[in-house]
Design a protein. Structure first.
Length: 269
């Protein structure tokens, strides 16, 4: 699809769905098998499965001669993306540690970003057979069924997921919370908010575009919000694609959480 012309988000979502499903099948075929692994900067694990899925998605999404830019956790960053209107933003395997440990909470995550915001997104959790799709202004689905964030603004006993140390500190000053089990894929953690399985989720201050873009659109199209603690929308395709702490929840509960987190006692990093 030429980047010089406006892209139809629905067409982009359909293209993503086909590619991400194929990528998930590839990742699943290598899941639980002996594969080569190594570490990259920051002691983050990577495997031949990450690279194989990255290669497949890049070939499928950019191999038609389009000049849509590319940003992936497992590809060298091309500064040309910074002047592009459209950018494919991809995490071939989000939750590589879970993948390598034989645990089910890993995903293939991909989105099309236009002028800093996602307009089409797919998130596939092959081990649990969950396939999420979101299209700007068209809603979000899981396995074809419409999903929605939970309603209400209460915090007491709200089901919340996030970094363990943060939730421990939050629980010390907040009303009683229901801390949810750890989800190793950040994208899937946020998708749990979109589908109403969690009431809220926190992303720590080390997340990147590829962790967030697909899940961001899922949350918003499911009726929720994903923002910084200050309330600002997440902007993608910046020179450094890393983000501060983020909060996801249904809109009313999100507002309550932001008010709580802005308290000086909760100035967490």
């Amino acid at each position: 699809m030429p980047a010089t012309e406006a892209v139809d988000p629905a067409q982009a979502a359909a293209q993503l769905a086909a590619c991400v499903r194929e990528a998930g099948v590839l990742a699943l075929s290598m899941f639980g098998r002996p594969i080569k692994t190594w570490t990259k900067s920051g002691s983050s694990p990577v495997s031949e499965a990450d690279i194989a899925v990255d290669r497949l998605l890049r070939e499928r999404l950019t191999g038609d001669g389009s000049d849509v830019a590319w940003l992936s956790e497992e590809s060298a960053d091309d500064p040309a993306r910074l002047t592009a209107r459209y950018v494919w933003t991809v995490d071939p395997i989000d939750g590589t540690r879970a993948y390598l440990a034989g645990l089910p909470d890993w995903t293939v995550s991909a989105a099309l970003v236009e002028d800093g915001r996602p307009i089409a997104a797919c998130l596939y959790a092959p081990a649990s057979e969950e396939f999420f799709v979101a299209t700007a202004h068209k809603g979000a689905t899981c396995n074809g069924a419409t999903i929605a964030t939970t309603t209400g603004n209460f915090i007491t006993q709200a089901r919340i997921a996030g970094p363990k140390r943060f939730l421990e500190r939050l629980s010390a000053v907040a009303p009683p919370l229901t801390v949810m089990p750890r989800v190793r894929s950040l994208a899937l953690r946020l998708a749990r908010v979109a589908q109403g399985a969690f009431d809220a989720a926190i992303a720590g201050s080390n997340s990147h575009d590829w962790d967030l873009a697909a899940a961001d659109l899922l949350v918003h199209e499911a009726g929720g919000a994903l923002t910084s603690v200050a309330g600002g929308a997440v902007t993608y395709n910046r020179p450094v694609p890393q983000h501060e702490m983020l909060v996801a929840a249904g809109r009313d509960r999100h507002a309550t959480l932001l008010e709580l987190l802005r308290d000086e006692r909760l100035a967490f990093s």
